[in-house]
Design a protein around this ligand. Structure first.
Ligand SMILES: Nc1ncnc2c1ncn2[C@@H]1O[C@H](COP(=O)(O)OP(=O)(O)OP(=O)(O)O)[C@@H](O)[C@H]1O
Ligand SMILES: [Mg+2]
Length: 320
């Protein structure tokens, strides 16, 4: 492969370097994966069961098996709107996912208003609490709507131990209260939604969903989830990818038909064999490798160079 046009490690400035076109999945703004996702066997049943039963779908499986991508295709096919994404970490709290109240910002804004009024001799403006409330991903997903909204709760297994239990309660009832609005007796407030400039009316500080959102939760299995939580979900484990699934994924992402034999087929078959043997390698590693090997220069590599590149990109994920 000729990397000569890019980094060479000689410290010489190469003005106006132009990189080749990025792989289709690394263009920005990000493209939806709805058109390129190929559902593995059993997933369609699991999604439909969750949709019909109005239950969250809990998807488990190894890295890169497509867990976080499923919802993009469902949301697009059923026109559920933009996917609300909640990426869970050990610091995530249920209250942040419902709504945030910026009390300090409000005090600051109020003080500024008063100072301005004093300087100008006029009246201080209205102190509107709603301007300092911001719904989170879960809070937005539970707003009343004619269609269910799509919510991804990604990597729920990274959560603090209490989070699944707390979440269970909100999901059972499909409602929550904004105590700050209740306390201040605000009967009607316009509150900003997650990831949007749009506002939604909230009456008497109470939000109640009218359509239970379509929720996908993903887990890499780092933490056991409690049985009462599991009981209320439809659960699906991403299966080990078959050769035909991987070929279809490659076709959709790269518009490339992997022949039955030859170097590309060997790469795909080796990937399927490694995953089946329990190694941790992900399909996007394979896609990246195929992209490079089929790009400019990649096709001209000799055997040793090719093996070096494959070794670099197809490393097991359990080691750095
Ligand atoms: N069945 C599939 N069809 C099409 N693309 C796939 C499929 N499975 C995985 N991919 C691609 O692999 C990449 C990784 O997928 P994704 O991020 O959804 O995996 P994940 O299971 O959430 O991984 P992680 O556990 O690391 O978060 C994405 O670019 C996705 O498009
Ligand atoms: Mg993921």
């Amino acid at each position: 492969m000729t990397w000569n046009a890019y980094y060479r490690g000689d410290g010489v400035v190469r003005k106006g370097t132009r990189l080749p076109q990025p792989p289709p999945w690394r263009t920005f703004p990000r493209r939806s994966a709805a058109q390129v996702f190929e559902p593995p066997e059993g997933l369609i049943d699991a999604v439909n069961a969750a949709l019909v039963l109005r239950r969250p779908l809990l998807i488990t499986g190894g890295p890169g098996t497509g867990k976080s991508t499923v919802i993009e295709q469902v949301a697009e096919e059923l026109e559920l709107g933009p996917v609300l994404r909640w990426h869970v970490t050990s610091r995530s709290t249920l209250s942040d996912a419902l709504y945030r109240y910026d009390a300090l910002g409000r005090i600051h804004a109020h003080r500024l208003q008063q100072e301005k009024a004093r300087a100008g001799g006029g009246e201080a403006g209205e102190d509107d609490i709603a301007a300092f409330l911001h719904l989170g991903q879960l809070g937005t997903a539970l707003l009343p709507s004619p269609q269910p909204r799509a919510l991804l709760i990604d990597e729920i297994d990274k959560a603090d131990l209490d989070l699944p239990g707390d979440l269970l309660d909100v999901l059972e009832r499909g409602e929550y209260r904004i105590e700050e609005l209740l306390r201040e007796g605000q009967d009607a407030a316009q509150v900003r939604m997650w990831d949007s400039e749009e506002k939604h009316p909230v009456e008497r500080g109470h939000v109640q969903c009218t359509e239970f959102p379509f929720i996908v939760m993903t887990s890499n299995g780092e933490q056991e989830l409690p049985a009462p939580f599991l009981r209320r979900c439809v659960r699906f484990s991403m299966p080990t990818p078959t050769s035909s699934l991987v070929r279809e994924v490659v076709r959709r992402h790269l518009e490339l038909d992997v022949p039955a034999t030859g170097p590309m087929a060997e790469l795909v078959d080796d990937f399927v064999r490694r995953v089946a043997a329990g190694e941790s390698v992900a399909v996007d590693q394979l896609l990246g490798t195929l992209h490079l090997l089929n790009g400019d220069g990649g096709r001209d590599l000799d055997g040793a160079e090719r093996n070096r590149l494959v070794g670099l990109l197809m490393k097991d994920l359990s080691s750095a």
